[in-house]
Write a protein that binds this ligand. Structure first.
Ligand SMILES: Cc1ncc(COP(=O)(O)O)c(C=O)c1O
Length: 384
């Protein structure tokens, strides 16, 4: 197969060939490979909920009550009452009329965007948006325009030039950016979307559970729930489980149930996952200290790395240390691995050329002593 051979050779040449490594366990901010435990900075289990006894108990109970699978897609016989209960809970958590659960964030974004937009429409999307958003736009066949990251002047320029040429228009952004850890200017986004008659969809994958009242997300934190048309989020990161959702108007949800192919043509999430998701909503409300400590620790790490002259970004639990070339990111990651840290390099094409990085993704299991040790280790092995 020429295509496979040339792809693999090309990736190898550019230091971009990736492979899977089987971990044998995870707990308290560490990942285990047989006997060796490393501090895990590559996990999105931000609040450390994936091993929480309450989540596990909720899953066990649903497993006993309903069995392992949900047996069909939602529109056939896979729509159990707990799927509906979860959707009601999400709608009230997010302050929207209704919500719909998806099997993953990837399926949510690809399905929702491609059913809301089509030929003759236009999508304006932040340049750093996640691959699932890009794939949704490609699938939609709408024209799409990527504005510079968080640059509202650039967005306004494109809206002014292009909006009038298309029927429907959607603006899409993440609220907390997965690779840069920074936050979208939501106030300006809602102003522009009103001014240019667009809908606004946000992806709260990395804000859910961390920001806002009871961890409901960044839209809630800024009091903009009514002005954002579609709020997408996931249970696969801070909530310690799996699956995703969209919260919006009743009509939009009814439309998606009838039109969204990634929702319609996939078996419903298993009851044990749904039950864990419901319990995760209770937990983020009951244990606010998890997100408070996490954000304090992230501030500490960012300031400490800046203090030793490094280029670190973000304003959240995600602290990316920008190192430049792919090879530098790989080397630093390997050196840190020797010292007991699992911090994987993030390279092109996931991030722009020349912005390879180590994305330190902090979780509740990382104590301040661990972070101090990390800063000392980076200081001694990394040359700017
Ligand atoms: C911003 C963003 N959206 C969507 C997704 C996809 O979510 P999931 O992992 O649940 O498919 C991710 C996760 O990688 C993400 O970072």
């Amino acid at each position: 197969m020429g295509r496979i051979d040339s792809f693999l050779k090309d990736r190898q040449k550019k230091d971009l060939l990736r492979s899977l490594r089987p971990a044998t366990g995870r707990s308290d901010g560490r990942i285990f490979f047989n006997d060796r435990g490393l501090v895990d900075f590559s996990s999105n289990d931000y609040l450390g909920l994936s091993n929480h006894p309450r989540l596990k108990a909720a899953s066990h109970k649903a497993l006993e009550d309903f069995g392992t699978g949900s047996s069909a897609s939602r529109l056939l016989s896979g729509s159990l009452d707990i799927h509906h209960e979860l959707e009601k809970r999400i709608a009230s958590f997010k302050g929207k009329e209704a919500a719909l659960v998806f099997n993953s964030g990837y399926q949510a974004n690809t399905g929702i965007i491609s059913s809301l937009c089509g030929r003759g429409d236009v999508i304006f999307c932040d340049r750093l948006s996640h691959a699932s958003i890009i794939d949704g736009m490609l699938l939609s066949q709408a024209r799409f325009i990527r504005f510079e990251h968080n640059d509202m002047e650039d967005l306004k320029f494109f809206l002014e030039r292009e909006r009038a040429n298309y029927r429907e228009a959607l603006i899409i952004t993440e609220t907390v950016f997965s690779m840069d850890g920074d936050i979208a200017p939501l106030g300006e986004l809602v102003r522009l979307k009103d001014l240019y008659n667009c809908k606004l969809m946000v992806d709260e994958a990395h804000a859910m559970g961390i920001f806002g009242p009871n961890g409901s997300g960044q839209v809630g934190a800024e009091g903009l729930t009514e002005r954002v048309d579609l709020i997408m989020g996931t249970f696969s990161k801070a909530m310690g489980s799996f699956g995703a959702y969209i919260a919006s108007s009743k009509e939009t949800i009814e439309y998606l149930v009838n039109a969204c192919r990634s929702f319609i043509y996939s078996t419903a999430l298993p009851p044990a996952v749904i039950a864990a998701n419901i319990e995760s909503l209770n937990l983020v409300k009951d244990e606010p200290q998890r997100r408070e400590l996490l954000l304090l620790n992230a501030d500490y790490l960012r300031e400490a790395l800046k203090g030793i002259g490094l280029n670190v970004r973000g304003a959240s639990q995600i602290c990316p240390l920008i190192v430049g070339a792919n090879s530098r990111a790989i080397e630093l990651s390997n050196r840190l691995m020797e010292r007991g840290y699992w911090a994987l390099p993030i390279r092109t094409p996931t991030v722009p050329e020349g912005e390879a990085r180590l994305r330190f993704s902090l979780t509740y299991g990382h104590t301040i002593d661990v972070l101090k040790g990390l800063v000392n280790d980076i200081r001694s092995i990394y040359k700017v």
